[in-house]
Ligand binder design. Structure first.
Ligand SMILES: Nc1ncnc2c1ncn2[C@@H]1O[C@H](COP(=O)(O)OP(=O)(O)OP(=O)(O)O)[C@@H](O)[C@H]1O
Length: 243
């Protein structure tokens, strides 16, 4: 890898369309020597190539089901590719699914430590940044409450706060800011812009075209699992608005 922070090379991902089959259909299929597919599959991503330079801020755009979240999960490493490869450089953190990596029976405090470790911080680093994390999240006295009693917005606040405090090299954000209330969304956005300005690489999945226009300089448009455009954010946004 040269100046790139992320290299996605010829990546494909296939999912099963889980049809419900009757017992009879299954028996017939077995007797026919398992000929044909019992369940059909489809390509969520089909031969996608994207490379992102260090410090770039890229939006993954496209209509529902076009493969954006799948691509982000492959970049984060929580899901593996069927074919092709994904390489990243540096510490990757972010918010893919709100609450992923949080344990419901643990308190906010315990989850900060758990999540910190998952995102690559040492216990000492987490301890040093703990007060800042809690302050940013505005969770206040609920920090010692089990997170199963948190609202989705509270979950988001704490998860976002831990993720930004890991000082990542690559920050991945899926359409999650929508759970937060407006003041918190603004605060998150400001923090994301700060990260970007300090040289962090950003990949953002969102349908909020105004937001991505402000945060990202480049847009990659997916359609039915294929990359159909990749260029300046204004052009990518225009393409989506016109289609
Ligand atoms: N784990 C899975 N198993 C089966 N199908 C899946 C799985 N994850 C995603 N899919 C399917 O893959 C396709 C792409 O999904 P993905 O979530 O990547 O789309 P998206 O572009 O992020 O959509 P949206 O804008 O609605 O969030 C969809 O048809 C979805 O149903």
């Amino acid at each position: 890898m040269g100046s790139e922070a992320i290299v996605v090379e010829n990546v494909s991902k296939r999912f099963n369309l889980r049809h419900t089959r009757s017992l009879k259909e299954t028996v017939v299929w077995l007797f026919k020597g398992r000929r044909g597919e019992l369940s059909s599959t489809f390509m969520a991503l089909d031969g996608v190539n994207v490379s992102v330079d260090r410090g770039e801020s890229v939006a993954l755009l496209g209509f529902n089901g076009s493969g954006k979240s799948t691509l982000l999960k492959l970049i984060s490493g929580v899901m593996s590719t069927d074919t092709g490869s994904v390489r990243t450089r540096g510490k990757v953190a972010g918010l893919i699914e709100v609450g992923a990596g949080f344990h419901p029976d643990l308190t906010g405090r315990e989850n900060v430590y758990l999540n910190g470790v998952i995102l690559g911080m040492t216990e000492q680093e987490t301890a040093e940044r703990f007060d800042e994390i809690v302050e940013f999240s505005e969770i206040g006295k609920f920090i010692d409450t089990e997170v199963k009693f948190y609202s989705s917005g509270m979950f988001l606040r704490l998860a976002f706060s831990v993720a930004v405090h890991t000082r990542p090299d690559v920050f991945l954000i899926d359409e999650i800011l929508s759970v937060g209330d407006e003041p918190f969304q603004k605060k998150c956005l400001a923090r994301i812009q700060e990260l970007r300005d300090s040289g962090c690489t950003l990949v953002v999945v969102s349908h909020d075209l105004d937001m991505v226009s402000r945060v990202c300089s480049r847009g990659v448009v997916l359609r039915q699992g294929k990359k159909v455009a990749d260029g300046p954010i204004e052009e990518a946004v225009r393409l989506l608005r016109e289609s």
